[in-house]
Write a new protein. Structure first.
Length: 128
């Protein structure tokens, strides 16, 4: 189960369309959203408070959701430090990109070391 509430990670989204995952969550599950985390140069805004990782954690956020659908579905290096910091603080990570969180050695190892969960939602966690 993906822990709630969420902090939506918009990264350095070049436009609003790139943040379609975050926008959908903010629109359809606003009660489960604490805020958004945007990096320098981010051109998207889903209309929720801008928060850093520590502030969002203190407000109750428990999962950082990668809310960006970028070109190629990759996890850019510029995001890796933020994602690792989130895991160190105690956040789980949820991701719907083509590149899986669990395939990133540094993220997988950081999650394991901190007892955190990586949710790659493109891959079912259970067999039906």
């Amino acid at each position: 189960m993906i822990r709630k509430p969420y902090l939506l990670f918009l990264g350095d989204a070049p436009d609003q369309l790139a943040a379609k995952v975050a926008q959908g969550i903010a629109d359809w599950r606003p009660e489960q959203v604490i805020g958004q985390l945007r990096l320098d140069g981010c051109k998207a805004d889903v209309g929720v408070p801008d928060l850093g990782l520590n502030d969002a954690w203190k407000k109750g956020a428990r999962t950082l959701v990668v809310g960006v659908a970028n070109r190629g579905g990759v996890i850019p290096e510029v995001w890796t430090g933020v994602l690792m910091d989130a895991l160190e603080i105690g956040f789980d990570l949820a991701n719907g990109q083509h590149n899986l969180l669990r395939d990133q050695d540094i993220l997988r190892e950081t999650a394991q070391r901190n007892g955190r969960t990586l949710h790659d939602v493109r891959v079912p966690a259970v067999a039906y």
